[in-house]
Ligand binder design. Sequence first.
Ligand SMILES: [Fe+2]
Ligand SMILES: [Fe+2]
Length: 281
Amino acid sequence: MTESTNAVRTTPFELEVRKDTRFDFSNTPVIHTRNNTYISHFFNAISLAAPITEGILMRVARRVGGDVTDPALKKDLSSFIGQEGVHTREHRRLNKRLSELGFGLEDVCSELDDTIKRLEETLSLKKLMAGVVVGEHAVYSMSKVGLSKPGLFYGQDKEVRRLFEWHAMEEMEHQSVCHDIYVHLYGDNLERRYLYSTVFIQSSSIVYQVYARLMRELIKHSEKPSAKELSDFIKWATISPAVGPFLLRELMAFLLPNFKHWGRANIDNSLIHKALNNVYS
Ligand SMILES: [Fe+2]
Ligand SMILES: [Fe+2]
């Protein structure tokens, strides 16, 4: 990562698109984490949704791209699209494995994708871009939880862990790109704060519905999980590694008036470097 001196942007280094990054899921089972159906399907749902959620982020980013006049931000946007493109490609690889095992949920994913595309047609580009900023913050929050809580990946298939750790690391790297682009195009004013907050609230229920639907369908396709699997999942989410409370805290920080991307740059940079070593060593 090369340090940047450009004052227009807030990303503290040059972004890299690691096109040659590839994963091998040929031996990955569908229940790949702690032998727990719920925890495994939590990750499977994220992977199945990735081409849908990252699809809309990339479509909107491409649409605003022509209006971006700042060369440094233009480069960031292109790297952002590049990184998301490689994420989608590698999640499709895991999703293909899930399909081979009977868990591809092709019909459900295609229905969810159509719903998102129909909604997209009804919104202005400015509102869509605000949605992209909010979406990127949600992914950043999940990524930060993933990289800060080593217990999250405990007992996970090695290649699934590498995929999620790599994805989380790059999400942290490009955390502020879309916000910088939004401010460049539409300004940093009260309207921006209002739009970010309203879109945050409106999109939360859509995102919840997408993941809840995928989790339900994945569980329906599985052998009935035991009561212990459910209690271990609840413990995993709330007590240790306590994904839920930590995620909620990161998500809600976005609504605070003093919220700033890279507000805790030292922590973020150290998590990025640690993940880079884990994934590529
Ligand atoms: Fe991504
Ligand atoms: Fe992203």
